[in-house]
Design a protein. Structure first.
Length: 76
């Protein structure tokens, strides 16, 4: 469903595994705290895709995506 109000709702778009850590944090600053809790270092891992970052941190990708989604919903 399209959103027609003209405002920017990038942060509300679904997070995808191919996005980089930096892309997600830029669109939703609250994602940084979620990633920290999951052991993902934004400073050193900003250019990693979410898939790569999850694997590097030993976190199932589905767990990361769910945590990011839930945190986003809680802030909306």
């Amino acid at each position: 469903m399209a959103h027609d109000c003209g405002c920017s709702h990038e942060a509300l778009a679904a997070v995808r595994p191919e996005q980089t850590v930096d892309d997600v944090v830029r669109a939703d600053a609250g994602a940084l705290e979620v990633m920290k809790k999951l052991g993902i270092n934004h400073c050193c891992g900003a250019q990693l895709t979410l898939s790569e970052a999850a694997a590097s941190a030993g976190v199932p990708l589905e767990t990361m995506l769910a945590a990011l989604s839930e945190a986003r919903k809680a802030r909306a």
